[in-house]
Design a protein around this ligand. Structure first.
Ligand SMILES: Cc1ncc(C[n+]2csc(CCOP(=O)(O)OP(=O)(O)O)c2C)c(N)n1
Ligand SMILES: [Mg+2]
Length: 549
């Protein structure tokens, strides 16, 4: 009979069985023994330059593979990941945070040992607030069961979890226990049936129906069902920004991203004029509602979310999205109408125009032409995110961003996570000069793992998004020669481009370089911004002014 594993081994076995083949992080003495166990396991450690980037990387990995993990030391390591983990929580990304801790015996003696910042319970209390389950493995008798519980919770709720591993527990044997019963919330069959029947009736009578698809479909793994539904119903489909790429953006009925007044006008018009709008898994947050410029009339809406369906002004409680969408597909007969034409993404005709300065619209148009199905686009927060609204990625789930939590610094490390999770994909990273200054060091880790990522730095001389809201010297940042980063991070081909010709050359060279990473620094003229950013800034400015008065 195989020996009972140690608590650290058991955690690694369970992670591996759940699809986690890599753990990101920076070592420290409280987690070293666990690191040693990682080395003995089939899981690979990926060292990052900081802990918060390890958490962003684990988030990117989780979005590609269903679960991600990081391991850090106590205090200095764990507290460093708080923002990134809060982001994963806000964006429903299941990340397992494993933190080392002083041993149980050490804690009992209550000493002043390094990395301590208060009572030993503080760290767990912090993570309690930003995870869906937390466990301190300080009792070997129940440790296996605690591990099972938190991993199930992460997978089911699709949110981060926290595991604290006192350093004298890692090597102790645990005790196998029967798994705790875990009851996933289920649908009320009668309510489900009635909600679907009513929706089918409304769809049959509708003349200009449309679907707005949101982030919860991604998280529930309903992308294929959604694509089948669109083909069966023959309706046009738009996505929210946080749900972007839930359907392949080259689908013939795809309208683009709907974001109220911030999004493209043509998509807005089609969505807002629908006589029946099917909102599937849409989170009604301010980003997706275009900072509340969306004009969606509940009279024409069927809204299915995690746990309920709203039809016009009445509600069906206890109907799960993961049950509603497949049943709707089953009950809808093929519709007589032809598949309506979608709206193709913008291109950049005649690119490069000799000597023309770079503009964001033309940059995105050119990238639309350059994107191939083997790419995964990872985007930081800033004007690159607003600009990316107009990018059309090929397959589903090929666009990663902190689109709702909107933390800067997400892009480069999340690209690392995606590159590790999906070695068959080439990351195309869009990042601002400010965002790159925060976590651009992960380009060095991308190089280390042999990635051929292409990074486009939108250099607009500082915090442009903030400038549009309220300008001041606080939005200036130090000037970096981003394109020369390869001199420090060996193995990056750097280019700079102020004109379309220079960009074209750099892009061609980057695309052709299959064995090294590339970085293109795009110099944008002062005041240059994406149309979405201009619209958003105007809106926010009005709000700030309104609050001040
Ligand atoms: C971690 C974090 N700090 C601050 C902000 C506020 N913020 C939003 S956009 C932005 C400027 C981003 O600068 P850059 O990356 O250069 O992009 P740009 O807006 O210039 O396109 C700032 C400071 C944030 N979203 N996240
Ligand atoms: Mg900038």
């Amino acid at each position: 009979m195989a020996a009972t594993p140690t608590i650290g081994q058991y955690l690694l076995d369970k992670l591996y069985a759940a699809g986690v083949a890599h753990i990101f992080g920076v070592p420290g003495d409280y987690i070293l023994k666990f690191y040693d166990q990682i080395v003995q396991s089939p899981i690979q450690h990926v060292g990052t330059t900081r802990e918060d980037t390890a958490a962003f990387a684990a988030d990117g990995y989780a979005r590609c593979r269903g679960l991600g993990a990081l391991a850090v030391t106590y205090g200095v390591g764990a507290l460093n990941v708080v923002n990134a983990v809060a982001g994963a929580h806000a964006e429903s990304s299941p990340v397992v945070v494993i933190s080392g801790a002083p041993g149980i015996r050490e804690q009992r003696e209550d000493p002043l040992i390094h990395h301590r910042f208060g009572p030993f319970t503080f760290q767990r209390e912090i993570f309690d607030r930003i995870t869906c389950a937390a466990a301190v493995l300080d009792d070997p008798a129940i440790a296996f069961r605690q591990i099972d519980r938190v991993l199930l919770a992460a997978q089911h709720h699709r949110r981060p979890v926290y595991v604290e591993l006192p350093r004298d527990v890692v090597d102790l044997q645990g005790y196998p226990m029967p798994a705790e019963a875990f009851a996933a919330p289920s649908s009320d069959p009668a309510a489900l049936e009635e909600a679907v029947t009513e929706t089918v009736g409304l769809l049959e009578r509708a003349k200009t129906p449309a679907i707005l698809a949101g982030v919860e479909l991604h998280r529930s793994g309903l992308q294929d069902t959604l694509a089948q539904l669109v083909d069966r119903l023959r309706v046009p489909i738009a996505a929210t920004l946080t749900g972007k790429s839930v359907i392949g953006e080259r689908h013939p009925a795809y309208l683009g991203v709907y974001e109220g007044a911030m999004g493209a006008e043509a998509a807005r018009q089609r969505v807002e004029s629908a006589d029946l709008l099917l909102l599937l898994g849409v989170a009604l947050n301010d980003v997706d509602l275009g900072v509340n410029t969306a004009r969606l009339d509940p009279k024409h809406m069927v809204r299915a979310n995690q746990g309920e369906v709203m039809i016009r002004h009445h509600r069906y409680p206890r109907v799960q999205l993961r049950d509603f969408v497949p049943l709707l597909l089953k009950k809808c007969g093929p519709q007589g109408r032809a598949l309506p034409a979608g709206i193709p993404g913008p291109s950049a005709p005649g690119f490069p125009k000799h000597g023309a300065p770079m503009s964001i619209g033309r940059l995105i148009g050119r990238l639309n032409q350059a994107l191939t199905p083997d790419m995964i686009v990872v985007c930081d927060t800033g004007d690159c995110l607003f600009a990316a609204v107009e990018l059309r990625v090929h397959e589903r789930t090929e666009f990663l961003a902190s689109a709702f939590y909107t933390t800067m610094g997400f892009g480069m490390p999340a690209a690392l996570g995606a590159a590790v999770a999906r070695p068959d994909r080439r990351p195309l990273v869009l990042v601002g000069d400010g965002g790159f200054q925060m976590t651009g060091t992960e380009l060095s880790t991308l190089v280390r793992i042999g990635s051929n990522a292409i990074v486009i730095v939108f250099n607009n001389g500082g915090y442009s998004t903030e400038r549009f809201i309220l300008d001041g010297p606080f939005n200036d940042i130090a000037r970096w020669r981003f394109h020369r980063i390869g001199e420090v991070f060996e193995g990056v081909n750097g280019y700079e481009a102020a004109t379309e010709d220079a960009f074209e050359k750099a892009l061609q060279k980057s695309l052709a370089t299959r064995d090294a990473a590339s970085l293109i620094e795009v110099h944008l003229p002062p005041g240059e911004a994406s149309p979405a950013m201009k619209r958003l800034a105007l809106n926010l400015k009005e709000r700030v002014a309104g609050q001040g008065s």
